[in-house]
Design a protein around this ligand. Structure first.
Ligand code: AMP
Length: 283
């Protein structure tokens, strides 16, 4: 498996592969890989002969320095996991902060037509400017035909689609299903930091999302939201940051249901000091 840390090396390899008519798919990640990430890479091999996986903990998308410092990093075990998918058709791009940002580690300011002001945007200031900056930069370096993003970060997925549309980027974005533990807990790099009791408590998040989905058939979004808030108010370990039922296109909070629109429920929860997010399609 080729592992490169400079954009010049990566570009040289990609140019050679493209000259041989390979199609290049791309999965950007922050490492600490798990089966959720691998499912994106596997999905990518349906459309592409070569997959590039970037592993880069992007400093500009963290609003919390402690979260950035504690983010799990383990390149060796990431490479081992990727080898399970393919030994010779994956290129790992693991750049340094300098290779990406040069001397100025800062983000560009974007407008995503308001998508950036909802949910994660409200609770993590500047987060989506950081995401937009890194993803645009990585697209310029990798120049993939397809890029794969998880619905686990559904708001991010919609923002990337908007980024591509507004900046006229030449890449097709494919959204991929959420990969879960047998317990229902959405796989996340952050799960590895959960202490035992919190790891055992965390499946409550997806269980509650499923119950909310059932209730949504008969109840208003406001009533379902109140019900979810009450469930977490009673919970001894998990602290709800937000639960929100929103339109999948605008990401705006649902006021009145329309049979023509698609909705999702979005949730952010603190388990100890670890922030977990999840979402579920409601109709
Ligand atoms: P991250 O390394 O957390 O930045 O994630 C990299 C990509 O993997 C993003 O597109 C995520 O949405 C996706 N991803 C993370 N966890 C999962 C999961 N459990 N299922 C599907 N995709 C995921």
């Amino acid at each position: 498996m080729k592992v490169v840390s400079s954009k010049e090396d990566l570009t040289e390899i990609i140019d050679q592969l493209k000259a041989k008519k390979n199609s290049i798919g791309f999965v950007p990640t922050m490492g600490a890989l798990h089966d959720g990430h691998l499912s994106l890479v596997e999905r990518g091999f349906k459309d592409n002969s070569i997959m590039v996986v970037s592993i880069f903990v992007n400093p500009t998308q963290f609003d919390n320095k402690k979260d950035l410092d504690k983010y799990p990093r383990n390149l060796e075990s990431d490479i081992k996991l990727l080898k399970k998918v393919s030994k010779d058709k994956i290129i790992v791009y693991a750049p340094t902060v300098e290779d990406i940002y040069g001397a100025s580690v800062s983000s560009v300011s974007f407008s995503f037509d308001g998508l950036e002001n909802e949910m994660e945007g409200k609770f993590r200031k500047g987060h989506f400017d950081g995401v937009g900056t890194i993803v645009k930069r990585l697209f310029e370096i990798v120049q993939p035909e397809f890029a794969y993003f998880g619905e686990k970060d559904f708001q991010q997925l919609q923002i990337i689609r908007k980024l591509v549309e507004k900046q006229h980027l030449n890449v097709k974005i494919i959204g991929c299903k959420i990969h879960r533990e047998a317990s229902g807990l959405a796989m996340s790099s952050r799960n590895s930091r959960l202490k035992k009791e919190y790891l055992e408590a965390a499946p409550f998040i997806y269980k509650t999302l499923n119950e909310a989905k059932k209730k949504f058939r008969k109840m208003s979004a406001q009533k379902v939201t109140k019900w979810v808030e009450a469930q977490f108010a009673k919970h001894e370990l998990l602290k709800l940051e937000y639960f929100n039922i929103a339109n999948v296109k605008s990401l705006k909070t649902l006021k009145r249901k329309s049979p023509k629109q698609k909705y999702r429920a979005f949730i952010a929860v603190f388990a100890d000091d670890i922030r977990l997010i999840d979402n579920i399609a409601l109709n």
